[in-house]
Design a protein around this ligand. Sequence first.
Ligand SMILES: [Zn+2]
Length: 225
Amino acid sequence: MLPYSFLFMYFNIHTHTPSGQAIEIVNCTGKQAEFPHFSFGIHPWDVEKSTFTLTELSEKLNATGCIALGEIGLDKLKGPSMELQLAVFKQQIALSEKFKLPVIIHCVRAWNEIKLVKKELNPKQTWIFHGFTKTSLLKDVLENGIYISIGTAVLINKKVQDILPAIPNDRLFLETDNSNCRISAVYEKVSELKKLPLQELEQIIENNFNRVFTRWKIGSNEQNL
Ligand SMILES: [Zn+2]
């Protein structure tokens, strides 16, 4: 019989450094090779220098393996003016609605602006606040229907550790972002903090993944039907 670890299927919803050890959504930003499952979007830091046309962006989003739009969002600490960031963010949200793709959100000190855009555009697609560490915002983010993705901060950040039990199981995702840490370490820590057996946590994340990333088992031909 196989040890338990071989039966687990780990899901890493946001990584820039794929390990091949899990079902991973690799964040792609350029014209480089794509991965079996990837997200594509213009990061707020890059909105000024991006040379993607709307047609090229649409082709990427319609490609086999593209299962999310992101990371996109707003950043008050880095990147061009908020006005430009907002304009490109809204354009990409419109594309997420058109291509029916969930959105991986980058939000740095811009929660109020993100919230306003959500109210204004009233999107049907799921939004996921990635690399969530702003623990004081948890209640408001949840009330706005947004999912929470927890990254490697949970391994060291006491505030993130303390709020973990307050994140509903059906709103939770896990990720490694640009860390080389294994996603299994994030699973193990979250399992401990939520007092859930690892196998149960695996099932919870898998259910969330299947519900939100509806394209992940479908090829582009079927998407286009
Ligand atoms: Zn990232």
